[in-house]
Design a protein around this ligand. Structure first.
Ligand code: XIL
Length: 331
């Protein structure tokens, strides 16, 4: 079969994958990725916690190695992410930081130092950045709070992050990245994301695209219903109506609700994916498709205890199986 990146090229779509440090030394997996993909994102190695595990002590090595490999392979690189809004994903030392007598100023300075240092280090190696990740609380649709938002204001902080990225990574596409499907709060979540994007646009924030994480299939039986598809189109219409591009940034299909039988399960995964991708990729603004792991054994969902299979079976959320053989989802 033709590699995905060849099929993608014909349609004007980049094909990417998230590679984790745990698999970066696996030659077979890397060969598969090099054959199928023309874009790379680091699964964890580009996050603040990984880049600056202790204040002022940078650890760029693992990300540099991945990006250098991507360059050798002629792949584009996505930076993920400059700021992850949920407090538990920020470095511990950031959450415990002493902001002193002028907390708003100190918070701004810390954010500035981080974004400037990271953007200057990677320079033009990064084609596209997730500047802000998961800022909307799906339960309420409001903005999440963290040590920065509490001191600077939430929209203000997000706006500043984009402006700093624009200044220091002038050639990169700037993306707001979030998950908008799947859980019970999804309607509120989508409304919250739309409000945030409207607010940013009206401030003149240099946000260029919405990253649709696309961890689909997980818990809803509604993802294929006509009403849901309609809601999803309405959402994408409104986003593109603001002049924003779309990317699928973290695609996988959570199969925990599908039957144990592998054939049935793989067919179910492929069907869910088709329903989702037919709609989402029908938007000409969506020019990037990235998987969050491309073989079942490397998928983060194997170890994600918030949503395990109840029968103890391994998950099958990606296009290739643990032996790197193509599954129906690939075809
Ligand atoms: C996940 C990684 O895959 C895991 O290895 C890590 O333990 C936690 O983060 N949304 C995101 C990604 O934006 O960064 C997450 O990646 C998956 C959900």
């Amino acid at each position: 079969p033709e590699p995905l990146k060849v099929l993608g090229k014909r349609k004007g779509i980049n094909i990417g994958n998230a590679i984790g440090g745990r698999y970066f030394h696996d030659p077979a997996y890397k060969a598969l990725m090099a054959r199928e993909c023309n874009m790379l994102v680091a699964e964890n190695e580009g996050k603040w916690q990984a880049l600056e595990p202790r204040p002022g002590q940078y650890n760029f090595g693992p990300a540099d190695a991945m990006y250098a490999w991507a360059k050798e392979q002629g792949m584009l690189v996505r930076g993920h992410n400059l700021v992850w809004q949920e407090a538990k994903w920020l470095p511990k030392w950031v959450n415990e930081y002493d902001f002193g007598a002028q907390p708003a100023k100190a918070a701004e300075a810390l954010l500035r130092k981080h974004i400037v240092t990271v953007c200057e280090h990677f320079g033009s190696a990064i084609h596209s950045y997730d500047v802000v990740n998961e800022a909307v609380d799906p339960k309420t649709g409001g903005l999440r709070s963290n040590v920065f938002t509490e001191r600077m204001g939430a929209v203000e902080q997000i706006d500043l992050a984009f402006r700093l990225a624009r200044e220091k990574a002038p050639g990169a596409q700037l993306v707001y990245n979030d998950y908008m499907r799947g859980d019970e709060g999804s309607a509120k979540h989508r409304a919250g994301v739309l409000k945030l994007l409207h607010d940013l646009k009206s401030r003149g924030t240099p946000v260029q695209a919405l990253g649709l994480q696309s961890h689909i299939g997980s818990w809803d039986d509604i993802s294929t219903s006509a009403t849901y598809q309609q809601e999803w189109r309405k959402f994408l219409d409104e986003v593109t109506g603001m002049g924003l591009d779309l990317l699928i940034t973290e695609f996988d299909v959570n199969d925990r609700k599908l039957p144990a039988d592998v054939k049935t399960r793989d067919a179910g995964v492929a069907a869910l994916a088709r329903d989702y991708l037919d709609v989402t990729l029908s938007y000409p603004q969506c020019k990037d498709f990235l998987m969050w792991g491309m073989a079942d054994n490397v998928s983060w969902l194997q170890g994600w205890d918030e949503a395990p299979r109840t029968d103890g079976q391994k998950m099958r959320p990606t296009p290739f199986d643990a032996e790197l053989r193509a599954k129906p989802l690939r075809d």
